[in-house]
Design a protein around this ligand. Structure first.
Ligand code: C2E
Ligand code: CA
Ligand code: CA
Length: 573
């Protein structure tokens, strides 16, 4: 038996060792320490059978040490708490905290200690077995034995818990019901063993399609359910549905022969399609049956509004892919005004989509779709090419007579930083249209500042090309200010929310703080969303470098921009 004594009093430790030796226990090793941290470290590294733990262990106490011990991975020692005090309540607290026995130091004798240690060891073993079988029971109760997925019992509980949670954090919750089409045929023609194998293989594929944290359960037979938590927008469910269908696209091989997989999916979201578990379940079920009726192997969303929103989204996704070669994308131009001279010092290009049916669509609607589908890379390159081409033209047209003093700015999505061809494409544009890199600004939002070396490398490479990097919508993200200095941005474009809240001078405190922070670190500043003269005047008084907003101009199509800002009367170039 290996024993550890943790007691800050050396005399008590010696006494305990003596008593242990008298106890006729077969003891292989006794370690002793007066320092709780040392005791905890030893208990972690060596496997003791019993620990004698003093209650009085300044600056903490035995119960705290006990809690730490019990929190150690694989901790498996019985603990006997010892104390000078004969306090029943204390004894009870020690046992409640996980000690197997409590002894008074004054009563320590060889026989008592031996009895206590043996009882403590037995009690510990019993507790261990109970907890193990509890875990096993839980595993059995919550899992489906065939596929290993969670079962209906777990699912009901998870759905019950998920709704109040979604309500609390104001997120959407989606429930997908999946029913395999014609599973009965497989069972009937190939037999139950093959049917089981089919289910297991389908389960493995489904498992690979879901995100960590979402729950995939087998409700029984050929029915599965997926709970998707924390959805920011309901249309994100589209991606999951696509992944599910993709994962089931190839047949599985059963008995050496391919068997196709077909599944009908019904989707309901909380709160739109049901406010409690029963309603939500019913809605998903209705949607799933509609999928079956409409010809199987498809998805249906419960409510008409939800369904048409999804259809709309699919349509938009498909249209967007074609927008480039159908020449439907167009750049708009919005000037940025120098805070000192009041003249245009740069122009930002903003993309628009001329949809043949829906008219002009703003980027807020289609950039997220382009980002999710990956189309943003292709589109982003087009924006860069167009912007450089146009800027090159202006330089030729106006730059010959009088030097053209302004720069051009384009937006980049975080995802474009992972496009390996971005750098060479940009390099090509700058060379081909003869643009000095210092005259180009790339605007990126804080969402790109994830902790990734690839991103940092790409940003550094862009900065090394000589272009300016501007952090767009600054102040809305969560990046720490200290962190900011690790990235090669030289411009902070302060988000419009800090400007729009200014109705009077005293509202400008936040903006003032941001400006002084930015200037003291050597960043150039831009304020966006300037709509009133008061906002402009305050920005000027705070030393904001450049300003942008409807007060000066909204984003304009090329001809209007040229007419308003580039003709000689405007004096801008
Ligand atoms: P952003 O980069 O913050 O662009 C400024 C947005 O603010 C523009 O909206 C502009 O119309 C609007 N705005 C300008 N002045 C004012 C003002 O005084 N008041 C108010 N309320 N709004 C003002 P837009 O053009 O709809 O663009 C929205 C966002 O779409 C942009 O935000 C940008 O993040 C993104 N975006 C636009 N073009 C591109 C692009 O080519 N590539 C990428 N990746 N994103 C783009
Ligand atoms: Ca921008
Ligand atoms: Ca912005």
């Amino acid at each position: 038996m290996k024993i550890l004594i943790i007691d800050d009093d050396v005399i008590d430790r010696m006494a305990a060792i003596r008593t242990l030796k008298e106890s006729e226990l077969s003891i292989g090793q006794i370690d002793q320490t007066g320092f709780p941290e040392e005791g905890i470290a030893w208990a972690r590294d060596k496997q003791y059978d019993v620990i004698l733990l003093d209650y009085r262990l300044p600056p903490s106490n035995g119960i705290e040490v006990l809690r730490e011990l019990r929190g150690l991975q694989g901790f498996s020692a019985a603990v006997v708490m010892v104390s000078h005090s004969n306090d029943e309540e204390l004894a009870l607290r020690c046992v409640e905290a996980g000690a197997q026995d409590f002894l008074m130091k004054g009563e320590l004798s060889g026989i008592r200690l031996k009895r206590s240690i043996l009882l403590a060891s037995e009690r510990y073993e019993l507790e261990r077995r109970i907890s193990e079988s509890h875990l096993q029971l839980r595993q059995l109760a919550e899992h489906d034995s065939l596929t290993g997925l969670r079962n209906r019992y777990f699912f009901d509980q998870a759905l019950q818990d998920a709704i109040p949670q979604a309500r609390r954090n104001g997120r959407n919750l989606a429930l997908l019901l999946l029913d395999l089409d014609k599973f009965k045929n497989i069972n009937d023609t190939l037999g139950h063993v093959a049917g089981d194998e089919y289910l297991v293989k389908v389960a493995r594929r489904l498992e690979l399609s879901i995100r960590d944290g979402d729950n995939l359960c087998r409700l029984g037979g050929d029915e599965f359910a997926i709970l998707v938590h924390d959805l920011e927008r309901v249309d994100q469910i589209r991606l999951l549905v696509k992944r599910l269908f993709d994962s089931l696209a190839d047949p599985v091989v059963i008995n050496g022969a391919p068997v196709d997989i077909s599944v009908s999916i019904g989707v309901a979201v909380y709160p739109e399609c049901g406010s409690d578990p029963v309603e939500l379940m019913k809605s998903a079920d209705v949607a799933m049956y509609r999928s079956k009726e409409l010809g199987r192997n498809q998805v249906q969303y419960y409510s008409q509004r939800f369904h048409s929103a999804m259809e709309n989204r699919i349509q938009l996704e498909n249209d967007l892919k074609k927008s480039l070669y159908l020449d439907q994308l167009e750049l708009y131009y919005q000037p940025l005004i120098d805070g000192t001279t009041g003249e245009m010092s740069s122009v930002e290009v903003l993309v628009r989509w001329n949809h043949p049916v829906r008219g002009l669509i703003g980027p807020a609607e289609f950039i997220p779709i382009a980002e999710e589908t990956g189309f943003i890379n292709e589109m982003g390159r087009w924006v860069l090419t167009k912007a450089c081409q146009q800027f090159g033209r202006w330089r030729q047209q106006y730059g010959l007579s009088r030097s053209l003093t302004f720069s051009i700015a384009a937006n980049l999505s975080a995802r474009q930083l992972k496009d390996h061809g971005l750098l060479s494409h940009l390099h090509y544009c700058l060379e081909h249209y003869q643009i000095p890199p210092a005259r180009l600004e790339l605007e990126l939002t804080e969402s790109c500042l994830e902790n990734s070396l690839v991103v940092l490398d790409q940003l550094t490479a862009l900065a090394n090309l000589g272009v300016n990097l501007s952090l767009d919508d600054f102040g809305t993200g969560y990046s720490s200010l200290a962190h900011l200095k690790d990235y090669p941005f030289n411009i902070l474009k302060i988000d419009r929310t800090f400007v729009s809240s200014i109705q009077q001078e005293s509202d400008a405190r936040l903006l003032k703080a941001i400006c002084s922070f930015a200037h003291s670190l050597g960043y150039q500043t831009v304020a966006e969303g300037i709509e009133t003269e008061l906002q402009r005047d305050i920005c000027v008084s705070l030393g904001v470098g450049r300003m942008q907003g409807f007060l000066f101009s909204k984003p304009l199509p090329l001809s209007e921009f040229e007419f308003g800002w580039l003709t000689s009367e405007s004096g801008s170039c």
